[in-house]
Ligand binder design. Structure first.
Ligand SMILES: [Zn+2]
Length: 160
């Protein structure tokens, strides 16, 4: 049986549409966190996290979630989730901010910071560029360093 041309065209266009739908590939490539726009960060971070991580703010001393925490685990970047500090290197600094004498990976980057009329070494997450805090050379042994970090820049994961 020969189909009338109009039916043939109809059948073809329905099939054509179905094919187009099934072959449509969803683009699901994870975005490079360093290329994320301000508005995108704003959408996924809390107001305070955004202020500290993206605008280099500093939370008030003794106000953050982790300054006095003694739990055993890993502190990760609050923006992108890479591991930054181990609770084993956390120490009581009396400053009111979580303080560590060492970092656990090369995910912590240093940059000179001349803001507020002081010369300080700023710490950034190497993976996403988020502001973490500053490092000073008055820490305990074995490194003599004090990584002074905002709780708002961190996410804590208990050790299993
Ligand atoms: Zn990060």
């Amino acid at each position: 049986m020969k189909l009338p041309p109009i039916l043939f065209t109809l059948a073809f266009s329905i099939l054509g549409t179905a094919c187009a739908q099934t072959s449509e590939v969803q683009s699901d490539i994870k975005k490079d966190p360093k290329k994320m726009k301000d508005s995108e960060w704003k959408a996924i971070l809390s107001e305070q996290q955004y202020e500290v991580l993206r605008k280099k703010g500093t939370e008030r001393a003794f106000s953050g979630e982790y300054w006095d925490s003694k739990e055993d685990g890993i502190y990760k970047c609050g923006a992108c989730g890479v591991a930054l500090f181990d609770s084993k290197t956390k120490f009581k600094s009396g400053t009111g901010w979580p303080s560590f004498y060492d970092k656990i990976a090369d995910h912590v980057e240093r940059e000179m910071d001349e803001s507020l009329g002081m010369l300080r070494t700023e710490l950034l997450c190497q993976n996403c560029g988020g502001h973490l805090g500053h490092v000073f050379d008055d820490g305990p042994s074995p490194t003599g360093l004090r990584y002074c970090i905002n709780s708002a820049s961190l996410d804590f994961e208990k050790r299993k």
